[in-house]
Structures are given as structure tokens and as C-alpha cells.
Write a protein that binds this ligand. Structure first.
Ligand SMILES: Nc1nc2c(c(=O)[nH]1)N[C@H]1C(S)=C(S)[C@@H](COP(=O)(O)O)O[C@H]1N2
Ligand SMILES: [Mo]
Length: 505
């Protein structure tokens, strides 16, 4: 029997240190999540945002268009992985320092480093300290695990078991901190509770309920079809975490080439005359028959009521800027009917949709409907917005679309198809359906129009299906009499177009 000259344990400490560091990293991320949940104070939030901002435009476009929601989920996963690595580096540093001194300070160094890096990234002290402590705890416990008395430090067997003890301590502490942090973070409510100034809640005005009831009443009775006021309104953000703004300290400024710059508080807006409008939104980056088109009842004020008192000279354009670092520019003329929404479907604006306030620019692609709005800047010359810098042309009016989302087989064997049609402020006049691949067309039944200049409509059609496979095609005619173009184009760069087609069996 010959023993290897270099015992395997020689290289184990390196691997163990890395494993311990990664486990400490997991604990750190969990600690951050425990306090911050999915807000920008969570370490992975700014990292995901940074990646979205710095990755090449083509990659982001690919992720939006091809991967869709999976793309943003991947981005979040990647950000969580990077966050783990960041804390792991702090843990490695702690261990390295610990090895060079006689004192068990590895955990303290790891904790302090992790907290410092985290606060640098998130600017959120509490979540960073908790993340640091969680990271340091795993390093500290693994250190204690190692320094348990062992009979002979030179023996290979006890070296191994010391290494195992160390790893075991790290696994156990990382698992409990990880699960604990995850549970704590998941329980956090990310709902907003807007400050009530003398109980003013404009979104709960008496007109709101009847309007919502009207939308419910006008919604077609087609199983599986999203009602006229969407049950689940889509969300598209440059970051994976929504800003947590405090309405009481939020302000909206009007700046740029105006006579005098102005600043409005949330209270100022609440005191203004509000209006309730149905407005539909559609993302320029969605697939032709995608799910990023929705409608809601919004409560808010006219944007021109905010801008005009600043004194408007001849500006060409406007740049809307937001608390998440997003900005979009478009012609001043489009601002004329702009709406600043502070409420949605009878409640305050949800965080995910821009709390405390967002812009709604009728008829235009979703991207210029800037959420978490903080500044309206009047410009003298054109500039690119966030997405235009990345190659998109998404600031103009929406394309006309008729989507096909529902194919039902009724009890009597007939087929029922349905979807939504939208053409921005041009409105929808007509939707036609073909069940023979486009040879013959019939008019679909349309939902009665909602009040509002920028609303979608539902359509449905019921027919006796032919034997076997057949092709259903849908096309809309907008309020100007223009038929939706048949030619298909991809979403990039100026939105999808073409007739939606589906094979039905
Ligand atoms: N501040 C901010 N506003 C934003 C975005 C964003 O990432 N940040 N995304 C835009 C895009 S691309 C779209 S399609 C709409 C989507 O609005 P929703 O998330 O309320 O559906 O918001 C727009 N406003
Ligand atoms: Mo969008």
C-alpha cells in the first residue's frame, strides 16, 4: 500500500473556501431579499437594471422579441447569480484575511465587505447590513466548524473531517438563512398605501364604479376572453424591480425651455380637477398576437394643465424622465392630450404601473407612457429616448391589430373564436374573420365601444367548422376606414404588423 505523496486534502481548502463563499453569497442574497423583497433595495434589482442598460441593444431586442417574459426571467436569474458572486467575493476576502491572522475575524471582514459593496450598489443601508450579516454568519460558522478540536491536525483523516465540518456548517447556515430570507422577503407586501390628504381619493370618485360596471356590461360573454378592463394588465420595465416611491416626498417638475420651471407635489395633483379615462396600452416589442396589450380605467389630470402654467415657448419635443432611469422623447404635439394618471381601476396607481404617477399618451406605443414620472422636460431639439438609443422606433402611433386569443368549441359543436382589436386613437370600426384561410370574409361581432378616444374593442365570431383543419384569419379596419395591412413585419424596430392567422382543428 502506498500513500499518495500529495494528499488530496492539499487542494481541498481552496475548493472548500470557494464553496463556503458561494454558500455565504446565497445567504447574503437571501438577507438582502428578506428586507427589500422585489424593490430596488434588493441587490439583484440594480444589477439586473445595469445589465439591461449595458448589454448590447441587439441582445436586449432578442430577449424582448424572441424570449419575451422568459427573457426578463433569465435576466433576473442572471442578476441573482451575479449578486451571489458579489457576496461570495466578499466572503473569499474575509476568509483570506482570516487565514493571515490568529483571530477569527473572517466572518467580520466578510460581513463588512458584503455590506459595503451592497450599499454601493443599492444605496439601501438596512438591506445591505442584513445581507452583510447573513454573508458573514456563514463564513463565521464555517470557521467555527473548522476550528473544532481535532485529535491530530496532521492526520489526513481528521483534516478531511475538519473540512467536511466546515462545509457542513456552511451548508446548514446558508440553508437556514436562505430559506428564512426567502420566506421573509416573499411575505413583504409591495402594495402601496398612498398618503391621504384630508381623505382625498380621486380614484374612488362616484363616477368610477359606474364606468367599471359599464365596461363589465359591454364585455362580450366569451369564455376565456379578457374583459374590456383587463384582469391582468401586462407590465414591461427596464428593471426587474419596481421603484418604491414615497408619494409624500415625490415631485414632478416641468423643466427645459419654459418661461419658469415648476414643481408639483402629490398633494398638488390631488387638489386638481381629475378625470377618469379608459386608455389601452400596447408594447411595441410584443409579438403580433402577443399578450402585451391591455386596457384600464385611469384617474388623473391633464398634462397640459401642469405644463401650460410654466409658459410654453416654441419647443419641438418633450422628454419624460422617470425615477427608474427611464426616459422617452416625442413631439410636443403628442403631449396635447396627455394624461397624468394617479389611479387605476378604482384604486391608487399600483407600483408596477408607475406609482405615484405615470404619463398616458393616447394612441402611441406603450413605451412613451412613462411610469414613475418625475420630470417633464421641454426640448428645443430632438433627442433619443431610452429605447431609441437601442434601435427601436417606438414613440409613434400604434399599428392596427386584431388578435386571436380564444378558440372555443361550443356544446353544439360550433367553433367560437375571439380576441381584441386596437388601433389607438383611430379606433376600430370593423373586424372581419375568415375561416378558409382568407378566401372569404364575414364581419365579426364587436363589443360596444367604451367611452374614450384610445380604447380597444373585443370581437367574436361563431361558425360551423368544416371537416378537418382550417385556417382562421382576422383583420381590422380602423376608424379612418383603413384596412390593417396584411404584410407581416417583426416587432423590431417599429412594432409588429400583419394579419393574425391560426390553424384550427
Ligand atoms: N419608468 C418607466 N416607464 C415605462 C417603462 C419603463 O421601463 N420604465 N416601460 C415602458 C414600456 S416599454 C411600456 S410597453 C409601458 C408598459 O406599461 P405597463 O407596465 O403599465 O403595462 O410602460 C412604459 N413606461
Ligand atoms: Mo413597451
Amino acid at each position: 500500500m502506498s500513500h499518495p505523496t500529495h494528499p488530496v486534502t492539499d487542494r481541498l481548502p481552496g475548493i472548500e473556501s470557494v464553496l463556503v463563499a458561494l454558500l455565504a453569497g446565497v445567504a447574503g442574497v437571501a438577507g438582502s431579499f428578506a428586507v427589500a423583497a422585489f424593490t430596488p433595495a434588493f441587490i439583484a434589482g440594480p444589477i439586473a437594471g445595469f445589465m439591461a442598460r449595458t448589454l448590447p441593444g441587439a441582445l436586449i431586442t432578442f430577449s424582448i422579441v424572441v424570449l419575451g417574459d422568459v427573457g426578463s426571467q433569465l435576466n433576473v436569474l442572471l442578476a441573482v447569480g451575479l449578486s451571489t458572486t458579489v457576496f461570495a467575493v466578499a466572503a473569499l476576502l474575509g476568509q483570506a484575511v482570516g487565514q493571515r491572522t490568529a483571530y477569527p475575524i473572517a466572518g467580520v471582514v466578510a460581513a463588512a465587505t458584503a455590506a459595503l459593496i451592497s450599499v454601493g450598489i443599492t444605496a439601501a443601508p438596512t438591506a445591505s447590513v442584513v445581507a452583510g450579516v447573513a454573508t458573514g454568519t456563514v463564513v463565521l460558522l464555517s470557521d467555527l466548524g473548522r476550528s473544532q478540536p481535532v485529535s491530530s491536525l496532521t492526520s489526513r483523516a481528521s483534516d478531511l473531517s475538519a473540512g467536511r465540518r466546515r462545509l457542513l456548517a456552511a451548508v446548514a447556515s446558508a440553508a437556514s438563512l436562505g430559506i428564512g430570507g426567502y420566506v421573509l422577503g416573499s411575505q413583504q407586501s409591495t402594495q402601496v398605501s398612498p398618503p391621504t390628504f384630508e381623505g382625498i381619493q380621486p380614484w374612488a370618485a362616484p363616477e368610477v364604479e359606474p364606468l367599471l360596471a359599464e365596461a363589465a356590461e359591454k364585455s362580450l360573454d366569451v369564455s376565456g376572453l379578457e374583459p374590456l378592463v383587463s384582469d391582468r394588465f401586462y407590465e414591461v420595465d427596464i428593471n426587474s424591480t419596481d421603484p418604491t416611491l414615497d408619494a409624500a416626498s415625490w415631485s414632478l417638475t416641468v423643466t427645459g425651455t419654459v418661461d419658469r420651471e415648476l414643481s408639483y407635489s402629490y398633494e398638488d395633483i390631488l387638489a386638481m380637477e381629475v378625470d377618469h379615462q379608459f386608455v389601452s396600452l400596447r408594447c411595441v416589442g410584443e409579438a403580433l398576437n402577443g399578450k402585451k396589450m391591455d386596457n384600464a380605467l385611469w384617474t388623473g389630470v391633464s398634462i397640459m394643465d401642469l405644463v401650460e402654467p410654466a409658459g410654453l415657448p416654441e419647443g419641438c419635443c418633450v422628454m419624460l424622465r422617470a425615477a427608474d432611469g427611464f426616459y422617452e422623447e416625442f413631439p410636443l404635439s403628442a403631449l396635447q392630450d396627455g394624461f397624468l394618471a394617479i389611479g387605476m381601476n378604482g384604486g391608487p396607481l399600483p407600483r408596477g404601473h408607475g406609482y405615484p404617477a405615470r404619463a398616458l399618451i393616447p394612441g402611441h406605443w406603450g413605451e412613451i407612457n412613462v411610469k414613475w414620472l418625475t420630470e417633464i422636460e421641454i426640448l428645443e431639439a430632438e433627442q433619443d429616448g431610452y429605447w431609441e438609443e437601442r434601435g427601436w422606433h417606438g414613440t409613434g402611433p400604434v399599428n392596427t391589430v386584431a388578435k386571436l386569443h380564444v378558440i372555443n368549441t361550443l356544446d353544439d359543436g360550433r367553433k367560437q373564436v375571439g380576441g381584441h382589436a386596437y388601433a389607438g386613437v383611430r379606433g376600430i370600426d370593423r373586424v372581419e374573420v375568415s375561416t378558409d384561410g382568407g378566401d372569404t370574409w364575414v364581419d365579426a361581432t364587436l363589443s360596444d365601444p367604451l367611452p374614450g378616444a384610445d380604447v380597444w374593442r373585443q370581437w367574436t365570431h361563431t361558425y360551423d367548422p368544416p371537416e378537418g383543419e382550417h385556417e382562421v384569419v382576422v383583420r381590422a379596419t380602423d376608424g379612418t376606414g383603413a384596412l390593417q395591412p396584411e404584410a407581416k413585419s417583426s416587432p423590431f424596430p417599429s412594432g409588429p404588423s400583419g394579419w393574425v392567422t391560426k390553424t384550427v382543428r
